[in-house]
Design a protein around this ligand. Structure first.
Ligand code: ZN
Length: 233
């Protein structure tokens, strides 16, 4: 992704960090509905780190930056559909700023970039992107709802860029001769060398390890959630 993500994670045990482990299935888009001067992503991060309200989400995007408030394998309170609602318990919440003086088009582009990045990373379809209204009927994101299709088109464009980049083996420019040699090297007859088999086995092991790591993270989050519930963190 082009924009670096600034992490301002809500401390464990805060009222707005429920600590429920989550496997994200949706991405929920919000507008902050805060037109005040200075109500940018960093201001929202400060609010989330200190508020006693049961209110939280995963990312805030303005025209300069993306700030992350919670790990994406933990649920937040943003969808307005209750403690066991699908919006709160299975979706990543993203707020787009609308503070005075913001370059809103730029903020929306940045948000689309983040959404595409998450879709690709989590292997979710474009249909996983929903407005807040989908969960609770609230008129949110109020600026985007009238042109929701435009925003989805932005996401689609970014997604295509990322997928293209991911499927390209090497972005480096190579002379035609070298490209030919590379093609030969990947012929099936040559794949069955011990080194290639070893590489395949290693890749399988790495994938297994990643899977186990993700499982461990979910278990940890679940255990922590119980601890936070009983002791207050
Ligand atoms: Zn909302």
């Amino acid at each position: 992704m082009e924009t670096e993500i600034i992490e301002k994670i809500i401390p464990k045990g805060r009222p707005n960090r429920p600590g429920y482990s989550m496997q994200p299935k949706y991405i929920t888009i919000h507008d902050t509905a805060n037109p005040s001067k200075g109500a940018d992503a960093l201001a929202h991060a400060r609010f989330l780190q200190t508020t006693v309200q049961k209110s939280s989400w995963h990312y805030t995007v303005d025209d300069q930056r993306i700030v992350q408030h919670l790990p994406i394998n933990e649920s937040a309170w943003h969808a307005g559909d209750g403690a066991s609602g699908k919006g709160n318990r299975s979706s990543i919440g993203i707020e787009i700023c609308e503070n005075e003086g913001i370059d809103r088009a730029r903020a929306e582009k940045r948000a689309a970039e983040l959404v595409a990045y998450l879709l690709q990373r989590l292997n979710l379809p474009l249909e996983a992107v929903v407005p807040h209204k989908h969960w609770s009927g609230k008129n949110c994101p109020h600026l985007l709802l009238p042109r929701w299709g435009e925003f989805i088109a932005l996401v689609k464009g970014k997604l295509a860029e990322y997928q293209q980049a991911a499927s390209r083996p090497q972005p480096a420019e190579k002379p035609a001769g070298e490209a030919l040699v590379q093609e030969k090297a990947s012929l099936p007859a040559e794949v069955k060398t011990p080194a290639a088999e070893e590489a395949l086995a290693l890749k399988a092991l790495q994938e297994q390890l990643l899977h186990l790591e993700a499982r461990l993270a979910r278990l940890e989050a679940a255990v922590f959630g119980e601890q936070a519930g009983s002791s207050g963190g």
